[in-house]
Design a protein around this ligand. Structure first.
Ligand code: PSU
Ligand code: MN
Length: 302
């Protein structure tokens, strides 16, 4: 039984009913992850890349208090233009934004929730939330990690940004039983760069091999998601020193300005983007496109 709170675009509902591949896409990356108008342009290109690779895109957001699976052009534009004024919704926020009949941008966690409600198993994005640097003091651990522990959706991403503590993020995922798969990579990529210095749990080299592992996991009743880490294409990777310097400065400013809670990640993303000029944005766009293509191929193989 589908949730009465879901609105699924007819093309997506039809694909789900007939077993065609569908890839979920998130909306916080649109509102909070990139500046306007590149965010809206990228969201459209990502949807096209999913199609070009044989799947139907399903961008997820809350619009007028409804859970939307698939967005029309007006909704995409409103999310992109709204930017940081749009409510960023993780698991805890969903019912309140529905009750207020507002617009909400879904994070990795809440996009997984809505995707699972709709019966979508594969979700492509840029980067996941994780354990923040300083978390032993601040307790700032993204709800994305708990969602990966419980909700059966595979998240294709370019690893975790080094605004996070990547080592602690991997420890947390291990404790929660979430496998981290490297696509053609032994190492967990660090979003803008192909290397992080940390190993993935399993390297798999084809979408079919990833699909088979996921199929077995869920067939065995092992609940929860998986991280599929796809390194940014080499030609678009950034010099490590540039990105490290920007991240250090952004972290310092966040600390000085007392930025906390759900504001932390959007603040850091925006500052890193500003501090590196257009370079990090260009890399960000390319890695999302690459993840969308891989997500579509995994969904097709599932
Ligand atoms: N990391 C990125 N880009 C993003 C995000 C994280 O590199 O756009 C967004 C995603 O929507 C993710 C959210 O789910 O930030 C995590 O926020 P928090 O750390 O507050 O859980
Ligand atoms: Mn947080």
């Amino acid at each position: 039984m589908l949730s009465p709170y879901l609105d699924i675009l007819p093309e997506i509902a039809d694909a789900l009913a007939t077993g065609k591949p569908v890839v979920a896409l998130e909306s916080t990356i649109i509102s909070h992850g990139m500046p306007y108008p590149q965010n809206v342009e990228t969201a459209r290109r990502v949807e096209q890349v999913v199609r070009d690779n044989g799947a139907v895109p399903a961008t997820i957001a809350i619009i007028d208090g409804r859970l939307k699976v698939g967005l029309d052009a007006a909704a995409l534009e409103a999310l992109g233009k709204g930017g940081h004024a749009v409510t960023k919704c993780s698991r805890r926020d969903i019912p309140f934004v529905l009750a207020a009949k507002q617009m909400g941008a879904t994070t990795v966690a809440s996009t997984m929730i809505v995707a699972a409600m709709a019966g979508i198993r594969v979700f492509a994005t840029g980067g996941i939330g994780g354990v923040h640097r300083g978390a032993p003091e601040t307790f700032d651990i993204s709800a994305d990690l708990q969602e990966l522990a419980h909700t059966g959706v595979a998240v294709v991403c370019a690893g975790a940004k080094s605004i996070l503590d990547i080592g602690l993020t991997l420890e947390y995922l291990e404790t929660q039983g979430v496998p981290v798969i490297g696509y053609q990579s032994e190492e967990l990529p660090a979003f803008y760069t192909r290397e992080s210095g940390f190993k993935v749990d399993y390297r798999l080299d084809t979408p079919a091999a990833i699909a088979e592992a996921l199929r077995l996991k869920w067939a065995l009743g092992l609940e929860g998601g998986a991280v599929v880490a796809n390194p940014i294409p080499a030609e678009f990777a950034m010099p490590k020193a540039d990105i490290d310097a920007a991240i250090q400065q952004a972290l310092r400013e966040a600390d000085e300005q007392g930025i906390k809670g759900k504001a932390s990640t959007p603040f850091l993303l925006a500052r890193v983007c500003e501090l590196t000029g257009g370079n990090s944005l260009a890399a960000n766009i390319q890695l999302v496109l690459s993840n969308a293509a891989l997500g579509a191929r995994i969904a097709a193989a599932l």
